[in-house]
Write a protein that binds this ligand. Structure first.
Ligand code: C2E
Ligand code: CA
Ligand code: CA
Length: 453
């Protein structure tokens, strides 16, 4: 999964679609990659004052320049660039690019490490070069290096930097339509395959637009205790009210947000909105209850996670001791001691921590050992057949017992009928969630539901 690169300005959906259409027209016509890139570079050059843009294609291992394209820069000059080794001269930028950083060399003539590069550009009156790595969308593979050569001896302006990083996404998309082998042979991939990739990229863009437009917001599912007579809390579950498709469940967008590295954005949108809504509801009704939000494990590893939660609590005025964070483990947390610090910061705020889908991953037990957990959520797959399957019964009983030994709350998810409820009650579990009590509700529906308590 790719980390967020540079200070990414994400292309607006309109820019993305128009740039994308502009380029795909050429892709579809089956033109050679360098011609398609030339067309794209023309588009980019207009954004930079007195500058030329090139793109240097890397071999399949990402270790050497094997091809390239430039728009108004003379071909022979491009040819010379191709002979500068990636890790030498221009390679300084290559090295930085491999680390995923923007490389800026303000004045190539004064920089000794850039001497071989300077020799190439001097005759053309070029004085500075900035370059950025181009990634294949959705991966951390560097497929090319995009460079801007300026006649000025200066750093790029903020607007130019923004443009550079935004167009990176488009360049990555173009290049990933082709296969470039080690010798520099370029072959266009099967267009059907491309269509899949492209439609996925467009779908991801539409999710981001949905987030920006407020189309993705929480539904609320009640969590009960004591036979369902008492309220324990509520879980915020993301829904996307798509303008054409209607209500889209999280399974159709949460994974994409993880894969394309904007799950933190999604989680925070849901968390903030739920805190706002529930704060108002608590104030209006005088009732208090626990609000649970789902946070992907990928997100927790990011820097300042605890700080971001604290900011949301400050901004919304939601009481920290009423918030519970449910960790969903879709990708392994490999360094538990590192995240333990984040968890402790959350605990210090008063926030509770729950392990979601407990028992479905092999590291579940490790979480209990290393992290300050308050609650485990017994996964609904165990509850589903608890009345029919002796093994599932045994698993439920053991996990409930484990929770009780460790003095943790155990919430049973997916309680759908009387039998489910009475079996897990016999095992000593007294917090439940499931269709038996209520499906996830709109804010209005949840307000009405709350009135009975
Ligand atoms: P989860 O956190 O385990 O949430 C419980 C899921 O079970 C919800 O599905 C809920 O609607 C469903 N459910 C509740 N009671 C029953 C029942 O009695 N029977 C059955 N069959 N299902 C029941 P939903 O809303 O589709 O969410 C699916 C998953 O998407 C969630 O599973 C959670 O992992 C993820 N998710 C939802 N919202 C967010 C979010 O804001 N951020 C992140 N990172 N993940 C989210
Ligand atoms: Ca959950
Ligand atoms: Ca679950």
């Amino acid at each position: 999964m790719g980390e967020k690169r540079l200070n990414e300005r994400v292309l607006s959906p309109e820019e993305f679609v128009s740039g994308y259409q502009y380029i795909t027209e050429y892709l579809k016509a089956g033109l050679p990659l360098c011609d398609v890139l030339k067309r794209a570079l023309k588009y980019f050059e207009d954004q930079f004052v007195d500058s030329y843009c090139t793109i240097m294609l890397l071999n399949s291992k990402g270790t050497e320049f094997v091809n390239g394209a430039a728009y108004s820069l003379p071909d022979d000059m491009l040819e010379k660039f191709m002979h500068i080794r990636l890790f030498d001269g221009l390679g300084t930028c290559g090295t930085a690019a491999v680390r995923g950083e923007l490389m800026v060399s303000p004045n190539v003539h004064n920089d000794r490490t850039w001497r071989s590069f300077a020799n190439v550009v001097k005759p053309y009156g070029l004085k500075s070069c900035w370059s950025v790595p181009v990634f294949k969308p959705g991966t951390s593979d560097i497929v090319a290096i995009f460079a801007v050569y300026s006649k000025y001896s200066r750093y790029p302006t903020q607007r130019e930097l923004d443009t550079l990083s935004a167009y990176n996404e488009l360049l990555g998309l173009i290049v990933s339509n082709y296969k470039i082998d080690d010798s520099g042979e370029i072959e266009q991939l099967d267009l059907n395959e491309d269509d899949n990739l492209n439609s996925k990229t467009l779908y991801v863009e539409s999710i981001k637009t949905g987030l920006k437009n407020g189309e993705i917001y929480p539904y609320y599912q009640p969590v009960l205790k004591s036979d369902g007579q008492e309220l324990h809390g509520v879980e915020a579950l993301a829904r996307w009210e798509h303008p054409e498709k209607g209500l889209v469940p999280p399974i159709d967008f949460v994974d994409h947000a993880e894969e394309y590295d904007f799950i933190d954005w999604l989680d925070e949108v849901i968390c903030r909105r739920a805190c706002e809504d529930m704060k108002k509801l608590m104030d209006d009704t005088g009732k208090t209850f626990t609000l649970s939000v789902n946070i992907s494990a990928v997100h927790i590893r990011k820097q300042n996670f605890a700080q971001r939660i604290e900011d949301i609590l400050d901004e919304t005025g939601f009481p920290a001791d009423c918030l519970a964070i449910e960790i969903t483990e879709t990708s392994l947390i490999d360094n538990l001691t590192e995240v333990a610090v984040t968890f402790q910061q959350l605990k210090n705020l008063g926030v509770k921590i729950a392990i979601d889908d407990f028992g479905t991953t092999y590291s579940s037990l490790n979480y209990l050992k290393y992290l300050p957990v308050d609650t485990i959520k017994l996964d609904k797959t165990f509850i589903h057949d608890v009345d029919k399957s002796p093994i599932d019964r045994r698993i439920c009983k053991t996990i409930i017992q484990l929770g009780s030994d460790l003095e943790l709350d155990v919430v049973a998810e997916g309680v759908e009928c009387d039998q489910h409820l009475s079996i897990i009650q016999d095992f000593g579990c007294n917090i439940y969630q499931g269709y038996y009590f209520s499906k996830p509700l709109t804010l209005e529906g949840w307000k009405n539901y709350l009135e009975q308590f």
